[in-house]
Design a protein around this ligand. Structure first.
Ligand SMILES: CC(C)(COP(=O)(O)OP(=O)(O)OC[C@H]1O[C@@H](n2cnc3c(N)ncnc32)[C@H](O)[C@@H]1OP(=O)(O)O)[C@@H](O)C(=O)NCCC(=O)NCCS
Length: 163
């Protein structure tokens, strides 16, 4: 189930950001003591963030945010595209939950903004994320170097453009 975040998600959110495995390709993890101090009582409650709930517990989240206009990688001249992001707890990896949750978020987005593309940026070394992007139907736009690594930048659209 996709839902907004609640106070009971706080421990899992801290776990996500403290996990070295989760942070391996996204800039690393953060010290748990810092997170305990800084994460708000209702963390990540903002438009575009979907908590992924499995049997009453958070296993990860999917988000649709506006891509920073200053960063490389854009498909629209005005930039600020909707960008898909995702983070799941390692115990839930490999079960298809990320695929299911991202597909549902994309479906929702397509129904609300049918003509808008969605973009995605991931380290090309992040094999799970690369596979997920391909399964969701993202296609490569370009690759570039950022944060000391090769980044894969792709786009998805619910509208099939034909000749
Ligand atoms: C990326 C992430 C969400 C994928 O989660 P997941 O639970 O493995 O996703 P799914 O189970 O839906 O699997 C998606 C596909 O990736 C494949 N996959 C998973 N881990 C893989 C790995 N290490 N190497 C290669 N493929 C992998 C799965 O087999 C599946 O493909 P398949 O159906 O052809 O078998 C998860 O690894 C994660 O949270 N990583 C840390 C955060 C992160 O890096 N986010 C990316 C930000 S850009």
């Amino acid at each position: 189930m996709l839902r907004e975040s609640e106070p009971r998600d706080r421990p899992e959110i801290i776990e996500l950001f403290a996990s070295p495995e989760v942070g391996a390709y996204i800039g690393g993890s953060r010290p748990r003591y810092q997170l305990e101090r800084e994460v708000p009582e209702v963390p990540m409650r903002r438009p575009g963030v979907f908590v992924v709930d499995l049997d009453g517990a958070m296993i990860g989240f999917v988000q649709l945010d506006r891509r920073d206009t200053e960063r490389p990688g854009h498909v629209r001249p005005e930039a600020g595209e909707a960008e898909l992001g995702y983070m799941f707890l390692p115990a839930a990896w490999g079960c298809g939950y990320a695929t299911e949750a991202c597909a549902a978020a994309l479906d929702w987005f397509a129904s609300t903004r049918p003509t808008e593309p969605v973009v995605l940026c991931t380290q090309s070394a992040n094999r799970a994320s690369m596979r997920l992007a391909a399964k969701l139907g993202f296609t490569e736009v370009e690759r570039f170097h950022e944060y000391g690594a090769e980044q894969w930048f792709g786009a998805w659209s619910s509208v099939t453009l034909s000749g």
